[in-house]
Structures are given as C-alpha cells and as structure tokens.
Design a protein around this ligand. Structure first.
Ligand SMILES: [Zn+2]
Length: 424
C-alpha cells in the first residue's frame, strides 16, 4: 500500500514538472488580453499582449464556443511569467510585419498617433464617464504627451488612457483606439451642413445607415441602407444639430428604392472606403412586432432567480419578450446580417444566431419554427422565425441576446434595441 502511494506521488509530481508535449514559441499577431480560463464568458483578464510579443504555447484547447472553424483552438500560453488563454489564430511562427509600437508607458516623448475608431471622445479625465471636450475621428493625427498609470478595460481591449492634443484642445482618450501606424491614406473631412442641399447626389458612408420616417433619432426606422449607396437629397431641415460627434442637419434622401431621413454626417460627396458607425440611438430594431401594444418585456437582462430551476443569483444573459399573440408571433431580424448558426438544444430550444456588420451577434431562442436557413443573408426586419416555447422555457416568449467579440460576451440588449414603454 505504501509502495503504491509513493508510486502515485512520483507520477503526479513527474507530470507536473514535465509537460507531456514540447512547448513552442510563437509571435502574437493581434493585440489581445489573455484570459484566465478558456471560456467565452471569462472576464478574468491576465495581461495584454501586443503584436510582436513572443509567447510560449503550453497547450491547445478546443474553443467550444467557436462558430468559425478558423477559431477552433485556444492556446494556453506563458508570457512574462504569466499564463493565460488566447485564440490560436492570433499566433504565428514569423515576426509579424508593421508592428504598431504603442505600448503601456507612463510617460513618453511627445509622439504622433492615429485614431483607429470611427469617432473617439476626448475627455476631461482619464476615465470612461468623464466630461466630453471634443471628438476625434479615424485616421486623425494626434500628439500623445502622457499615458495614465493604470490600464482600463473597454470594448474587450485593455489599454491605458492617453493625453492627446488636437487643434490646441487637450484631453484624454482610450489608447486602445490609437495606433502609431497610419492605417489609411484616405483624406476625409466631414461635410459641412451647407453642402447638403436639395438635388445634390451623395453616397452613404455609414455601415448600416438607419433611414427614418422623421428628421429625428426617435423617428421609426423605415429601412437600412448599406455603405456606399448612391442617394439624392430631396429635403433638409434648417437646424444644425450635434450628434455622434458631428455637426450636421437632417436630410431626406431617396435611393430609388426607399425614401427617408438620415443625419447628414453619414453622407459624403464621393464613394469612399471609410465607414462611419451610425450609432444614433439604438443600432438594432425590436425583434417582435414594434407596436408597443403587441408585446412586453417579461424578464430583463442581468441577475435574477432562474424561472425554471428557481436558483438564486443566476444571470439572465438576454431579455425575454412576450408577444400577446403568444405562439407563432413573427420574430424579426434586429439588423442586416448572416445566419451563422442554427440548432435545437435543451436550453435555447430552437436557436438562430445572426452575425451583423457592426461586429455584434444576436440570438433568437425558444422558437416554434425557423423561417431562415444557416448561411442565409438577411435584412433588418426580415421575418426569421416564430415565437415558441422550445428548450428551457416556461411559456411562449422570445429570449433575445446581443453578444460581442471573439468571446461572445453578453451585452445588455436594452442598449441596442428600442424597448417598449421605454423608448416610445
Ligand atoms: Zn431569457
């Protein structure tokens, strides 16, 4: 018995000091924050790695949440004595070219950087909810004179805040949206409101432009236009408004197919590759009948008591919408996109997952009937299924989720769709 015990101890200690597979050293090709656990929900972050950093791969694990076959593996890696997980396709054998040199540094020489976000607020203090001084835009050149001491975690990136100067205004921006390599040489100056007159031809430059029935961000979305769509101006308002960091006015446009109002900052004289993000109000449509009298929210996003298991302290990863017409009520796509996943399981029941151009993914669960197929391209407002009570459900409802990023982190859908009784 004592012999067996000693023998087991030897095996255990042997396996812990000698990994079963040889390790390999690879270069990181994308800025990423290593995760503590190989799960998509894991927000326990270890450290940031940048393109060109060398990591030692300890082992590979299957990424069970991956919907893209190229993302099938996660690598457990060691970097600066720290261990964490990174998607394997963010690693490569050769040193990547054009490595942005932006790094975590408390103080740096005044140096020029370029904005990678479509628009970025310059704030009074180095934190997210501080007052807004001005906005800077993609490819704008800014001079950074200082970085914050600590990292912040925003939109899946971990980075410091940078003190930037632009046109003699100084303030803080999140440096996760700066690079020291200019990505585009395209020159873009937002149109002045004066250039937006009736009869002019323009192109849409928002990736998912919401066209509304009234000249207001609260107008109902009547159609969604793709980027680069030729349009003609048929009417304008006179008031200059400030929205999304731009100054412009509302413009009524016609593309021969549909007519409606858009904010003028999302139109441009020529067709350019630059894509602005039309984040006015909410980017998605309500996924059931938009008439406020047709449905209600039965369970919001966030912590709750599980309605089936009655377990306390569980997290509701989406919102539940209950249509008064109950079973068979139509479910509408929240935005343009592609059906990337469809399945039937005991928790989500009949589930459709849609990938949108804006990088977000929407989930439609517990359906009675699918009306679209995997890989099908769909438009906002298309009927994609019928409300049911399949899977872990206590009655007919649509469980709707919005997720983001490689790890498909849950977002509060209330920030992305208009809610009945709240936004009307
Ligand atoms: Zn739910």
């Amino acid at each position: 018995m004592k012999f067996l015990y000693t023998f087991l101890l030897i095996i255990i200690s042997y396996s812990s000091i000698s990994p079963s597979e040889p390790t390999e050293t690879l270069y990181v090709n994308k800025e990423y924050t290593l995760k503590a656990l190989p799960f998509e929900e894991n927000t326990d972050l270890i450290t940031v790695v940048y393109p060109g950093d060398q990591v030692e791969v300890i082992q590979l694990e299957e990424n069970l949440a991956a919907t893209n076959p190229n993302h099938a593996y996660l690598a457990k890696v060691r970097f600066n004595q720290k261990i964490g997980y990174i998607p394997y396709h963010f690693l490569q054998a050769k040193l990547p070219k054009n490595i942005p040199k932006i790094r975590k540094r408390a103080y740096v020489e005044p140096k020029k950087y370029y904005v990678t976000a479509s628009s970025l607020y310059v704030r009074e203090e180095p934190y997210r909810y501080s007052g807004i001084l001005t906005s800077i835009y993609r490819d704008d050149e800014v001079t950074v004179s200082q970085f914050s001491d600590t990292d912040d975690y925003i939109d899946g990136k971990s980075a410091k805040w940078a003190y930037v100067e632009k046109d003699s205004i100084g303030g803080w921006v999140f440096s996760g949206y700066l690079t020291d390599i200019r990505e585009s040489t395209e020159v873009y100056t937002p149109e002045t409101p004066d250039s937006l007159t009736v009869g002019k031809s323009k192109f849409t430059i928002a990736s998912n432009l919401h066209v509304r029935d009234e000249p207001s961000k609260f107008g109902t979305v009547v159609s969604i236009m793709p980027h680069g769509n030729p349009v003609k101006i048929i009417d304008t308002t006179n008031t200059i408004e400030s929205m999304n960091g731009f100054q412009s006015k509302w413009v009524k446009i016609d593309d021969g197919d549909s007519k409606g109002w858009v904010f003028g900052a999302f139109l441009y004289d020529t067709k350019i590759s630059k894509k602005l993000n039309d984040s006015l109000d909410k980017p998605f449509l309500y996924p059931l009948s938009p008439d406020p009298g047709d449905s209600r929210i039965t369970s919001p996003f966030g912590p709750r008591v599980d309605p089936v298991t009655k377990k306390k302290g569980t997290v509701h990863t989406g919102i539940d919408l209950y249509p008064y017409a109950r079973f068979g009520s139509p479910i509408y796509a929240a935005g343009d996109g592609v059906v990337i996943h469809q399945s039937s399981n005991t928790s989500f029941g009949n589930l459709t997952v849609v990938q949108h151009d804006n990088g977000l993914v929407t989930y439609y669960a517990h359906q009675q009937k699918f009306l679209v197929k995997q890989n099908e391209a769909i438009r906002a407002g298309d009927k994609i299924g019928e409300v049911g009570s399949t899977g872990k459900s206590t009655g007919p409802h649509l469980h709707f989720e919005v997720r983001t990023g490689m790890w498909k982190q849950y977002l509060d859908p209330g920030h992305y769709i208009p809610l009945p009784g709240v936004d009307e």
